[in-house]
Design a protein around this ligand. Sequence first.
Ligand code: OOG
Ligand code: NI
Length: 454
Amino acid sequence: MTYPTHVASDDIRSRFSRAMSEMYRQEVPQYGTLLDLVADINAACLAESPQQRAALQASGDLERLHVERHGAVRLGTAAELSQARRIFAVMGMQPVGYYDLSVAGVPVHSTAFRPVGDDALAANPFRLFTSLLRLELLSDPVLREQARTILARRRIFSERALALTTAAEAAGGLDEAQADEFVAEVRETFRWHGQATVSAETYRQLHDAHRLIADVVCFSGPHINHLTPRTLDIDAAQREMPLRGIAAKEVVEGPPPRRHPILLRQTSFKALVETVRFPDVDAVGSHTARFGEIEQRGVALTRTGRALYDRLLADVRDPQNGSGSYSERLAQAFAQFPDDLDTLRRDKLAFFRYRLVAAKAPAGMAAADLDALVASGAVVADPIVYEDFLPVSAAGIFQSNLGGTEQRSYAADAAQAAFERDLGAPVLDEIALYEAAQQRSIDAVFAALAPSAA
Ligand code: OOG
Ligand code: NI
């Protein structure tokens, strides 16, 4: 039950996303440069292509574009993860998808907290890629226990943030003053602390075990490690980064450039070297974790489309295969992936949202024939934006911002059941969400065409 005095969860999420962006801009000035760069490129794209502008407007993407971003945080314990789930639920964000990063040598597994409803996504699609450290993958038992003890002592969310969460759960929402206080309290959890909670020696040991372990264990909270605006042209963004004094990572992760983008393409700049003080020594150290990222989002793929994507990408990444640069091999392999919207739709490789633009089905056409309705122009199919992440890309992003060149590997050991137990809930299946969104739109078209509607 939502009372009239309650602030809509979409609104709380928007306020939170804005507060995080303002804080990160203060903390990492290069993030501000990225925002300006992306705003300039998006404005240029829209000015250049009235057609793209019209398509984005029709699908509802144009309005959300200037507020759209995702962030990432890394948590240390099951208790932190389940509290995070309750807190993000107040902002209308649900855990979607399971990502096993251990295969890429990163000792975490993850989900993305994000809105799931059509209206909520249109209002503000803010997502937080949230990872949980897997200390069981740390081979040294003494260090592992030490890390567990350190993490068990900290409380990352304030008493007040948790009390407001309990209040929201009981009352079904927060009022104006509570919502503002909630946003301010939760934002503090993700602030950077230049003060480590452990000795310089403990930091060094954990850092040597894996840089990411030090990043999670040695601080009083899970500092936001990047925020990512969405661009309409990531190749332009990649070219522009060095011109604005930003060192971009070498390759754009994900699919190659296409006429009709699929899934997600991402690039980032290397993490800053930040000063850290330790409680036991006067000398300051440094820590490398926080960076900036840009992404371009395309259409969500069906299970068939995703399987094709995964197969082609695996071929490209297999060093046995082909010659030429990575981007050449990528382009070559993906020549097999259809690049026109009609084929993507009719071959059921991608998801679409259908809308009726004619008053009724053209004469003589069975109202139930969706393909014929689309061919006639009575119904339009807009690509559904991919709202999630890609584990191979995420691994590339992790590796590029951990500051080191070391390659580690852990036995592939997905542990979704353990993750869900720690989370306190199952994660939602992202493909099922896209399927349901597509089906809702089809049902609405047929309902509008049904004779009983007259
Ligand atoms: C998360 C990296 C994953 C993405 O966009 O794929 C990610 C992290 O570095 O904590 O944010
Ligand atoms: Ni990211």
